[in-house]
Design a protein around this ligand. Structure first.
Ligand SMILES: [Fe+2]
Length: 195
């Protein structure tokens, strides 16, 4: 899986349509998480592609929240993205916004981890360390069950994501903590640079 977009071009494209730090932070986080999963699941050769899909997956969300995942193909095509990349981005709205189902394992990982990174990020910010690095699976599971905590993060979407991968929910939670740990320092450093 290859894209002609360099990481630099993808970041420029993201910044063209996203100005809010919250959205940039989310994009960088999902990028790092996708890269980690590519390596973990034996797709190391495609890690750049997985990462760019993560970086651009919410490209249309800030400006076109009502057309999320429907506007993205146009923005991505204009930016020079290939159809494979566009399919991956669109499929993360499956069952919510669009009928395009995740097919490739990369797409299923994006669907499953996107919402979950929001939950883990919110849980990390509550910790004295402000970090995912000392977060245990058991504490995340409590946050997952507490529907009032980070109520905007759909537990249903996360559970469906695990099902689509054929994984137990615990595996998804545990691995996504590891994925977030792997990129946390780099994401924070890049956010500081962008500020
Ligand atoms: Fe997202």
């Amino acid at each position: 899986m290859k894209t002609s977009l360099s990481r630099e071009q993808a970041l420029e494209l993201l910044k063209k349509y996203n100005k809010e730090p919250f959205h940039i932070l989310h994009a960088l986080t999902v990028e790092g998480v996708m890269r980690w999963y590519a390596e973990e699941l034996g797709y190391g050769e495609d890690a750049d592609f997985w990462g760019i899909v993560g970086l651009l997956h919410d490209i249309d969300f800030e400006l076109y929240p009502e057309e999320h995942c429907e506007k993205a193909p146009e923005l991505l095509r204009e930016g020079g993205a290939e159809e494979e990349l566009i399919h991956a981005v669109v499929s993360h709205g499956y069952g919510l916004r669009v009928d395009t189902a995740p097919e490739h394992e990369m797409e299923k990982v994006l669907f499953a981890s996107d919402e979950l990174t929001g939950l883990i990020g919110a849980a990390a910010r509550m910790r004295p360390s402000k970090s995912s690095k000392d977060m245990e699976l058991s504490s995340l599971k409590k946050k997952f069950k507490d529907k009032k905590f980070a109520a905007g993060c759909s537990r249903d979407v996360i559970s469906r994501g695990a099902d689509q991968l054929g994984w137990e929910l615990d595996r998804l939670l545990d691995q996504t903590i590891l994925a977030m740990r792997s990129c946390e320092d780099q994401v924070n450093a890049e956010m500081e640079q962008l500020a």
